[in-house]
Every structure is written in C-alpha cells, then in structure tokens.
Design a binder for this molecule. Structure first.
Ligand SMILES: *Cc1c(COP(=O)(O)O)cnc(C)c1O
Length: 378
C-alpha cells in the first residue's frame, strides 16, 4: 500500500464553480470574494472577514493595521511554522518567544506576562495543530497591559475552546487556505474580526492602500482611486473564492471525518511504550488539522525512514523550533536551551497523514505499521 501524505477535497461542484468564475469579467477581487467573506464570517459567527492571498499576509496586514511597527515587540510561540514570526518581522517589530505547554505544545499563557516589556504591542498565539490556546486568559493579560491579540488560526477554522471560537476574543484572527490546510485554494488566506471600520481599512491595505478596487469602480465611468493608507498586494481573487465557497459549505462534514480518524489514532496509540502525543483538553473542539506523535528523538529519523519504506510518508511540524533557525539565531542571539519545552517537542514530533479522504483500510495500515516499527526500534 502507498499512502499519500495529503489529498485535498476539491470536488466537481467546486471545479464547475471555478469554471463559471473564469467566464466572468472579473478574475481578480470581486463579488465572489465578497460572497466568500460573508459566508466565512457567518461560519465563524463573527462580523467581518477580509480575503487575502495567504495567512502570512493576513498576519502582516493585521499587525500593520493595529499600529505594530519598528521598535515594538510581539510575543509569540517558537513551536510554529516560520510564517508566524516572519510576519512580525515584516511589520518591522521583534518577535519575542515564550515557551509552550508540555501537554499540548501551545504557547504557555502562564509565561506570557514575564515576557512583556514597555515595547510589547501585541500577542500572536498559534492554535497548534488545531487545538485552541486559552483565549480567555490571553485576552485578560492583553487587556491588563493594553496589548492587541492577533490569532494565527491557520490550523483552526473549525476549533473552539470553552465555546470560544477564533476571532471572538482577539482583535483579528488569521487563516490560511494553503494547499494542505483544512479548506484550500492552493494559496489563500483571510482575516476575521469584529470591527467594521478596521475591516474597511484592511480591505484598502490588502490592495495598495487604494480607496476602491477595479471592481468597485466598474460602474462609475472613468473614476480613479486615491491612495489613503499604506498598502500591500494581498487581495484574494474571484477564482480563489469560487474554489473555497463549496468547501466552506461542507466544512463540518469534512471535520467530522477528520475527528473520527484522529480519535482512532488516539485510541490506538494510548499507553503504547515509546509513543506519546499531544493531549486534547476536555473543553476543546479540536479542528484536527494535524495529528502528531512523540517518539524518542534519537529514533525519530529511523522510524520515519522505516515508515517511508513501508509506503507511509510523514512530515515534521516543526523542527527546528523557530528560534533555532539560523536567521533567528544570528539576528536575535537565540540559542538551544532558550525554550526547552518547545525544543523537546520539536525533536520528538512526527506528523501522520490526516485528511477526510483517508480510507479505513489506510488508517489501519498506518496504525499497524507505526506500532510495529516503534516496537522493533524500541
Ligand atoms: C500554513 C501556516 C501559516 C502560513 O500560511 P500561508 O497561507 O502559507 O501564508 C502560518 N502559520 C501556521 C501555523 C501555518 O501552519
């Protein structure tokens, strides 16, 4: 058997809707983007959504929009994809890392306050693998110190914690529709928020800071557009929106399948010597973006090689931890031992295939082989 690490869920209906979009006059940002934004905000139960080209851009724009810039510090986690802290660097601010919880790998909210300085402007937590951080606690800390909270919700469209969903307690939540994310258009992203004025500003900022897009000017003969704010080029286009709209309508059904698969993995790997995995807390609806295992660091490569030989591809999310990437070490002087919990998880973690199209016989094959390989190498 040969397992794919990921297969997307684009179906014939989605393809038909892109086909239709390609016959329309506006290929770039237009009414299909408006429509997707409305549906996305409705799904999240928040007021506004702004479609962009990627989550990195979503976070960069959000930081800029809330006034984060050179000389400022933004608190985030070192156990994430580099995009999170790169967006902070794009804004001109300095990423300040805080270690993570041993049980979940999420930023440890209890360590945030001691990292706050007079330069701190925002907290940028990541809902790692799809399990939400404690947003109530983070919001309380942010309010006490007058900080903004911007969520990296790239893994967490469907997630909840204590009934709280992304964008409900933060100033903005940022999403990714990259090729392997929960819903995808190859490359894409969105910002969700509850602030109509700020959403309007973000819509200008995603398109060069212009007052109106080409689509908005279409009916107004010969009108030009003034640039009123600093802007970038992060606008989502109609083809991306056409591809996403159907997937969004099916998202809960897709999630149910992922949840079922993840529960099967959890059951199969509970209490097995040499295998651990992040704990799903009781108050959580886990978005089930990634399923990871923890193994002995010195065995990890051997285990992955053996699984690969047996037709089971794996990836690592994430190694090295961001503060140990060469760029971050050189620029900010971070070194091994700075964030021991993040480093320990980073050295142990292996990601298994998890997506709705994974078939039961493939799941059984993965489980059987993981158990066998770990036992042999123990
Ligand atoms: C995928 C991902 C991003 C970046 O998303 P893009 O849409 O590729 O910019 C950011 N943060 C995390 C945690 C991710 O997994």
């Amino acid at each position: 058997m040969k397992i794919e690490f990921y297969r997307h869920n684009i179906n014939n209906q989605d393809i038909r809707s892109v086909n239709k979009a390609m016959r329309e006059i506006f290929l770039s940002t237009g009414k299909r983007v408006d429509g997707f934004e409305k549906n996305f905000a409705k799904y999240l139960n928040c007021q506004n959504a702004v479609g962009v080209t990627c989550c990195t851009g979503a976070m960069h724009l959000s930081l800029e929009a809330f006034g984060v810039g050179p000389g400022d510090e933004v608190i985030t986690t070192p156990l994430t994809f580099v995009a999170t802290s790169n967006a902070i660097i794009h804004s001109g601010a300095k990423p300040v890392f805080v270690d993570v919880e041993p049980a979940t790998g999420n930023i440890d909210a209890n360590l945030i306050e001691r990292a706050i300085t007079s330069k701190t402007k925002a907290i940028l937590p990541v809902h790692l693998y799809g399990q939400m951080v404690d947003m109530k606690k983070i919001r309380r800390i942010a309010d006490k110190h007058k900080l903004k909270v911007i969520e990296d919700a790239a893994h967490c469209v469907e997630g909840q914690r204590d009934g709280v969903r992304p964008a409900q307690l933060s100033d903005a939540a940022c999403f990714s529709f990259y090729a392997t994310k929960n819903i995808t258009c190859g490359e894409g992203g969105a910002i969700a928020l509850n602030d109509a004025e700020m959403a309007k500003t973000l819509k200008k900022m995603r398109l060069q800071g212009l007052e109106q897009s080409a689509y908005e000017r279409y009916d107004k003969k010969f009108s030009s557009s003034d640039m009123t704010v600093d802007g970038w080029k992060y606008n989502m286009n109609n083809l991306q929106a056409a591809l996403l709209t159907g997937q969004l309508a099916r998202i809960e059904k897709l999630w149910q399948r992922k949840d079922k698969i993840a529960r099967k993995y959890e059951k199969a790997f509970t209490g097995i010597p040499g295998i651990g995995f992040p704990k799903t807390l009781p108050q959580i609806k886990h978005a089930r973006h990634l399923f990871t295992l923890w193994v002995a660091p010195e065995k990890r490569t051997l285990i992955r090689e053996e699984l690969q030989k047996r037709g089971i591809p794996t990836v690592i999310n994430y190694w090295p931890a961001v503060h140990l990437m060469s760029f971050y070490r050189k620029k900010y002087g971070y070194k091994p031992g700075d964030f021991p919990v993040a480093e320990a998880i980073s050295e142990r973690t292996i990601t298994l295939p998890l997506y709705p199209k994974l078939e039961n016989k493939e799941i059984d094959f993965i489980v059987t082989n993981v158990l066998d390989v770990v036992k042999k190498l123990l």
